[in-house]
Design a protein around this ligand. Structure first.
Ligand code: 13P
Length: 248
């Protein structure tokens, strides 16, 4: 089963307007066939970035979305609003939303389902904390987070899992090729059990957590690693495109 790799940059709360446009344009120039490349800038720059990359193959993503369609939800952004300006994929359940902003599993589930129901691609982030890994709970934690998705999500091209071990995010300490592959294989097996094998074979599973050009080749060569969700290393076009090239 060949899956088109998907490499996405999560810019988090970084860049200013001019720099965001410049970075987006530089990445767009390198977006070619063979691998899907996406960027998720801060909300306030999405519209300007959308215009800057119009006509390119670069996909535009958002870092979050609220599950309601509209209404009195101060500060929130709906899936409909994101679609309106050209966003095609949205993160759900990023570890910083779960562990810094305090999102619980029920909220993550509603967001993931709203993103999918709105016709966009959900990039659903899962991953264990270091104490959970050390006490042998990695698979259980990941399994519970996967259950935030439902088999009613039937289009495998619009369901992406990002395995991001919390201890590897922004720490410079990536999972080894073997550690990552072990969890990715578990995720695919779990999806096969809940949906079916064909669906599981088509779903892309990204690795995230201190991925950079120096370690991307080894990680992306693993059979169940289909791309990356890149934080720090996505803020420089050359390095980010080098990771994407390694996924091709
Ligand atoms: P880093 O690549 O900075 O470790 O961040 C990973 C991440 O959280 C992407 O969503």
């Amino acid at each position: 089963m060949s899956r088109i790799p998907f490499v996405a940059g999560n810019w988090k709360m970084n860049t200013a307007k001019a720099g965001a446009i410049e970075l987006a344009k530089a990445v767009a120039k390198g977006a070619t066939d063979g691998v899907q490349i996406g960027i998720a800038p801060p909300f306030v720059y999405l519209d300007a970035v959308a215009q800057a990359i119009a006509g390119s193959k670069l996909l535009l993503g958002a870092q979050d979305a609220y599950f309601e369609k509209s209404g009195a939800f101060t500060g929130e952004i709906s899936v409909e609003m994101l679609k309106d300006i050209g966003v095609t994929f949205v993160l759900a359940g990023h570890s910083e939303r779960r562990h810094v902003l305090g999102e619980n599993s029920a909220l993550v589930a509603k967001k993931a389902q709203a993103i999918y129901a709105g016709g966009l691609t959900v990039v659903h982030c899962v991953g264990e904390k270091i104490e959970q890994r050390d006490s042998g709970q990695t698979f259980d934690v990941v399994q519970r987070q996967l259950e935030e998705l439902t088999p009613a999500m039937q289009d495998p091209s619009r369901v992406v899992i990002a395995y991001e071990p919390v201890w590897a995010i922004g720490t410079g300490r990536n999972a080894t090729d073997g550690q990552a592959q072990e969890v990715h294989a578990y995720i695919r097996k779990s999806i096969a059990a809940r949906w079916n094998k064909d669906f599981a074979d088509r779903v892309r599973i990204q690795y995230g957590g201190s991925m950079k050009p120096e370690n991307a080749g080894g990680l992306l060569a693993q059979p169940d690693i289909d791309g990356g969700l890149i934080g720090g290393a996505s803020l420089k076009a050359d390095g980010f495109l080098a990771i994407a090239a390694a996924a091709r």
